[in-house]
Design a protein around this ligand. Structure first.
Ligand SMILES: CC(C)(COP(=O)(O)OP(=O)(O)OC[C@H]1O[C@@H](n2cnc3c(N)ncnc32)[C@H](O)[C@@H]1OP(=O)(O)O)[C@@H](O)C(=O)NCCC(=O)NCCS
Length: 165
């Protein structure tokens, strides 16, 4: 199972004022707000944690079909940073999803998986050929075998990413 999310930092800055009253309290737990206030760049940390939650939500929603907006139930934890890539996890109820987040000056991109071994199996797809959605959730359909694989799509501003496993 996979999920992804991409944030165009220029668009996020233009469209969303994360400093407005109540914004952080609605989306981030107390621990996450501490991470934001302690971060070298708080704005980047806001979108970093946001993208972790959105990527994990895409797996959770696929698995449970529970749709909705419940950002405080998706809690982010940081594990380590290796070569500039942040590895973390997102916990919701009894589920744990592992995340890998790339932060650049232009975008933030998180990939979430159920099993951390799947990070090595992620493939990027160049287009939407053979992708069909069921209940809004995309999958890749093989012509020959009639099998299907989970796909996750994210687009924001100048960026789009389509991944499969
Ligand atoms: C559905 C949702 C995840 C889409 O995220 P988004 O950042 O608005 O948009 P993205 O570009 O990243 O993702 C859109 C793609 O996700 C896919 N998608 C839509 N609903 C989905 C779902 N429920 N599960 C998995 N994938 C989904 C679609 O392929 C869609 O792309 P397309 O319409 O071009 O085919 C988001 O709107 C949402 O409902 N989030 C709720 C989780 C939450 O509480 N978030 C709070 C902020 S952290």
């Amino acid at each position: 199972m996979i999920g992804n999310d991409i944030v165009d930092l220029a668009l996020a800055q233009k469209e969303s004022n994360w400093k407005r009253k109540g914004f952080l309290d609605k989306i981030f737990t107390k621990n996450e707000q501490l991470q934001i206030s302690n971060a070298e760049n708080s704005e980047v940390m806001v979108w970093n944690l946001w993208s972790m939650k959105e990527a994990a939500y895409k797996i959770y929603n696929r698995q449970t079909q529970i749709r909705g907006y419940y950002p405080l139930q998706l809690e982010c934890f940081y594990l380590e940073i290796i070569n500039g890539i942040a590895f973390g996890k997102v916990v919701i109820k009894e589920s744990v999803y592992y995340t890998k987040t790339e932060v650049t000056s232009q975008f933030i991109n998180t990939i979430a998986v159920e099993n951390s071994k799947d990070f090595d199996k992620i493939k990027t797809l160049e287009n939407r050929n053979n992708i069909k959605k069921n209940n809004g959730i995309p999958s890749y359909f093989e012509n020959e075998t009639f099998g299907s694989k989970p796909v996750s799509i994210s687009h924001h501003g100048r960026f789009e990413q389509i991944i499969s496993v």
